[in-house]
Design a protein. Structure first.
Length: 369
């Protein structure tokens, strides 16, 4: 699943809507170190970055401690996708993930009185929110490539809560200056794993340390914990609590909207090569917004841990949080706009409608503006 995730967003920006927790067991926690072959940091990093597609079923837990206020849940006129995304910024969440053949994935996040589901099968993606019985269906026309778990449906970023999804974003931020080490071995979800530690050396990021539990057999990331600079405990964690290799039931990757559901149809545009993020750091993929080729695209300023993502005015990402006064309730007035600051990431809503975000301090966003 990690290989199909688009990497146009900086790791810290996506981490804003990705949070999870689970138990990392090592010698220091009273559980014996696992009997795994000795590997150095480079070998474990290569194992993680190059792991093959595996079919599996797993459960996960999520938690976030970013220092945000309680999330409003009943703001009139607010886009439900924006609320879904922001809900992952606070509190704990539980869910399940199923990965089948190439292009097949299902992520379920359970709420107090319902759930959110994202189902993909390579040619289409479904996003279902039981809270308002709404469904978004994204299809991929001929030549558009695959519709996958990051196909841009409202709220799907809130479902990017698995260790694989978060690890993919973290790997995208690793640069030659990153310090990489192995801090022993342990067990996550009953599987032996190496504890890979990534430490940014740049002072321009809020990220202080990332620990990734890498499955010793498959290379799959079983747990990801991100600690802010200067802190002694993670603010974002993601871990599997159960993990079973093997093909899930094929029926899990099919979806029929429930009776009475409001269904919105979207189509993934068939864009020529080169369309995507205008950053010069590789080809990106536009989300399913219906934008024609040549429309304003997200731009990445800088690279690595200090990268800043800019969303143009009028895009789905820039409009969603401003709807219904949500931005006003969660942000503070600053020079050039309004800012939402957390221990790991910052979002700047500019006065002209753009959105800048990254795992960086506010002054870096203002400088990038």
């Amino acid at each position: 699943m990690a290989h199909s995730i688009r990497r146009w967003a900086p790791a810290g920006a996506v981490a804003l809507v990705v949070a999870a927790s689970g138990a990392w067991a090592d010698a220091g926690s009273g559980i014996a170190t696992q009997n795994l072959p000795e590997r150095d940091a480079g070998e474990v990093l290569a194992l993680l970055a190059g792991h093959d597609h595996e079919q599996f079923s797993a459960s996960f837990e999520t938690t976030s401690d970013l220092g945000l206020p309680a999330l409003p849940t009943n703001i009139p006129g607010t886009d439900s996708g924006a609320l879904s995304a922001l809900s992952a910024l606070t509190g704990d969440h539980e869910g399940r993930v199923f990965v089948g053949e190439k292009g097949q994935a299902r992520v379920q996040v359970f709420e107090d009185f319902g759930e959110r589901d994202l189902i993909t099968n390579g040619t289409e993606a479904w996003y279902f929110d039981s809270g308002d019985n709404s469904v978004v269906h994204v299809s991929a026309p001929s030549g558009a490539g695959h519709a996958d778990e990051n196909s841009g449906t409202p709220g799907t970023q809130a479902l990017q809560v698995t260790p694989e999804a978060l690890a993919a974003r973290v790997l995208a931020a690793v640069d030659p200056s990153t310090q990489v080490s192995v801090d022993g071995t342990g067990s996550v979800a009953g599987r032996a794993a190496y504890n890979l530690v990534l430490t940014p050396r740049t002072a321009d990021t809020l990220v202080g340390r990332v620990a990734v539990a890498v499955d010793g057999d498959t290379g799959i990331p079983l747990r990801v914990a991100i600690t802010p600079r200067g802190a002694d405990r993670p603010a974002l964690e993601a871990a599997f609590t159960s993990f079973d290799l093997g093909a899930p039931d094929a029926g899990l990757f099919s979806f029929t909207p429930p009776a009475g559901a409001t269904v919105t149809e979207q189509e993934l545009p068939a864009l020529p090569d080169g369309h995507g993020v205008a950053d010069g750091h590789g080809r990106g993929d536009m989300h399913a917004t219906g934008d024609a080729p040549g429309a304003a695209r997200p731009t990445v300023v800088g690279d690595g841990w200090a990268a800043v993502l800019e969303l143009p005015a009028g895009t789905v990402g820039s409009d969603a949080f401003a709807a219904g006064g949500l931005a006003d309730q969660l942000t503070t007035k600053v020079d050039g706009g309004r800012a939402l600051e957390t221990s790991l990431a910052t979002i700047l809503f500019t006065d002209d409608g753009r959105v800048l975000l990254g795992a960086v301090p506010l002054d870096r966003l203002q400088a990038a503006e």
